[in-house]
Design a protein around this ligand. Structure first.
Ligand code: AMP
Ligand code: GLY
Length: 425
């Protein structure tokens, strides 16, 4: 099988690596640093093909679309119209991430537990709703904002100012002209990636993401600074609750609304005192969650993606009992205005650490073949070990071997989970 994967970040690198255990992969456009021949005899190569023309490409058996923007833009529909099996929802289902107002409305109709909310284009009405909330205020852009459109604050004045800047178009352009205001929920967060086809969902192992730039969840939100799996607080019972109360009703509602959702549904959940509640849906694999979840899948991932793309009933995959931890290495001054063009040292050495795989998020190859930084999140160093403690040690061993000017990484990824696992023994 030849699979075309659209995208070029660490998530797509992880998707390609999982596929390349049983299939050849073309990353479109990918990044030359991701090219490889795998131990199983398959290859990952990168080509700058036009995604719009893949429907007519007879060599490619399956297309997997990595990022949200082309899905929201209807690329999956156009490729399907050309007869190609595509992993990823059409523009209709992609609204679950493309419009938070759409998502909240669908969740409400499906009876999914989620934060109380209002949708506003008018400043006066928005301020009035804010004044009815207590505790934490949450202000979101309706449209896509690369994971950065959300403010969570206990300061009413800050929330008001944020609403003003969003609605006026000042802070997020068109994406912010409609805002969602929500009550703040509290509790640990869990990301559940669910493969969906034929109106059914099969959960992959849960993961937890670290959204803030600094240790102990301080500083601004980022695209994600690390992740791990499994998650001690997300027991089998909790996962079953999330499926029963959140994901399954959503899938039934999608079917009732005439939406044939084929791809992965990422349920971002908060485990509150009142049980799991939905924070948000994404319509693609999480980044960096994919980098810890996909290495744990033992079944044939390419076949799994093909059965999703063809809308067949999904057989739950076999999951490794190993644990995985990934640590993101970000550029200096990320997330504001990351510095780029710095030479990265030590990649070869890091790759030799047992169980470690370095996924490239924002790199490029310089004139002399050297690898340099080319984005905010630069590398995602992922390690697999017998348990979280082991995986965490290996990931940080590899991180210590890599260096570039101003590199930032969190030193507390999976730390609490390791302590919790030890205490539970
Ligand atoms: P989102 O882009 O909707 O995932 O929001 C980004 C982050 O903001 C989430 O991962 C949560 O940490 C936080 N967040 C979003 N909505 C809420 C809420 N209603 N209550 C508390 N925290 C939230
Ligand atoms: N890790 C957060 C996201 O993928 O949106």
């Amino acid at each position: 099988m030849l699979v075309g994967v659209i995208g070029s970040g660490a998530r797509e690198h992880a998707i390609a690596s999982a596929l390349a255990r049983t299939a050849d992969v073309i990353l479109i456009p990918g990044n030359p640093a991701m090219e490889a021949a795998t131990a199983e005899g398959f290859s990952i190569r990168c080509e700058d093909l036009d995604p719009e023309l893949l429907g007519e490409n007879s060599e490619i058996d399956l297309v997997v679309i990595g990022p949200e923007a082309p899905l929201v833009d209807g690329l999956a529909d156009r490729l399907r119209a050309g007869g190609k099996p595509v992993f990823g929802p059409g523009a209709d289902g992609a609204q679950l991430e493309g419009s938070k107002a759409f998502m909240k409305d669908l969740a409400e109709r499906a009876g999914v537990p989620s934060a109380r909310y209002g949708v506003f284009t008018d400043l006066g009405a928005a301020e009035e709703f804010l004044s009815t909330l207590e505790g934490k205020y949450v202000v979101k852009t309706d449209g896509l904002a690369a994971g950065k459109g959300v403010l969570v604050t206990a300061d009413l004045d800050e929330a008001r100012a944020d609403v003003r800047d969003k609605l006026s178009g000042l802070s997020f352009g068109e994406a912010g002209r409609r805002v969602i205001i929500e009550e703040g929920m509290t509790g640990p967060e869990v990301s559940l990636l669910v493969l969906c086809a034929d109106g059914h969902g099969v959960a992959l192992p849960p993961a937890q993401d670290f959204k803030r730039i600094f240790d102990h969840d301080e500083g601004p939100n980022t695209g994600g600074m690390g992740a791990y799996s499994p998650v001690p607080v997300a027991t089998d019972e909790v996962v079953a609750q999330i499926m029963e109360q959140i994901v399954d009703p959503t899938l039934r509602q999608l079917v009732a609304d005439g939406i044939d959702y084929r791809g992965v549904l990422y349920a971002g959940c908060m485990l509150t005192d009142e049980g799991p509640k939905l924070i948000e849906y994404n319509i693609r694999f999480g980044d960096p969650e994919a980098e810890v979840v996909l290495p744990r899948i033992k079944s044939d991932f390419a076949e799994l993606c093909l059965s999703v793309a063809e809308g067949r009933h999904i057989t739950p995959p076999v999951i490794s009992t190993d644990a995985t931890v990934c640590v993101v290495m970000a550029a200096s001054n990320y997330p504001a205005t990351p510095r780029t063009g710095d030479r990265i040292h030590g990649l070869g050495k890091a790759d030799t650490v047992s169980g470690v795989q370095v996924f490239h998020a924002g790199t490029r190859t310089g004139a002399a073949g050297e690898v340099v930084t080319a984005g905010g999140r630069v590398l995602c160093v992922s390690a697999r070990g017998a348990d979280l403690d082991d995986a965490r040690d290996l990931a940080y061993q590899a991180v210590e071997l890599i260096s570039f000017e101003g590199a930032q990484f969190r030193s507390d990824i999976a730390q609490e989970a390791v302590i919790m696992t030890k205490n539970n023994r």
